[in-house]
Design a protein around this ligand. Sequence first.
Ligand code: SF4
Length: 231
Amino acid sequence: MPVKNMTKKQIQVFFERLREQRPNPKTELNYSSPFELLVAVTLSAQATDVSVNKATDQLFPIANTPEAIYALGVYGLKQYIKTIGLYNAKAENVIKACKILIEKHNSIVPNNRADLEALPGVGRKTANVVLNTAFGQATMAVDTHIFRLGNRTGLAVGKNVLEVEQRLLKVIPKEFILDAHHWLILHGRYCCIARKPKCNECVVSDVCQWPDRFEFGAAKSIAIKMLQDQN
Ligand code: SF4
């Protein structure tokens, strides 16, 4: 059965609940500057945040500027990130990106999409994360969790990540847009997980449109929520 699009009212409730659950959502990547965030997000492609944090917790105290990481060179950088998947290519990209930052941007991470996407290893998703998290811009980075969540719940149905991104930017009320990316990722990572979504403990199960949610316990949580609402 195709999933129905959520209504405006349901979307409002969806984000109110996610906000209630996590009033200050944050990325789980450790960083303390736009440059550290850029490096961490670049390293996180097809790797877990935990594995990236383990590496950057060693790397950043030694080198956390474009000059310092560039000075490590590809080989030197690899020694810090070799526990992360695809580290060979990532090391080369980060060193090339550092060179461009030094030569073209005065070692400052640019706050616009075109310059970010011109950096090696930085695609649309990474640029969206940096623009949103480091510069407070209303962008939406669609990763595997958000793509699944958008399509499954009826929040933003789309055939590819760009369609889902554009739909999300259109339907999410302004008051939620800055934090929406983190709420959706965290909800997808910990509750609306790929194989066995925890619909029985989901705070948005009454507005979610996924027809199969009842098989995963949603009915019970909806009943509890209705009871709570009555009291
Ligand atoms: S009810 Fe289930 S499918 Fe719907 S958002 Fe919650 S966890 Fe995901």
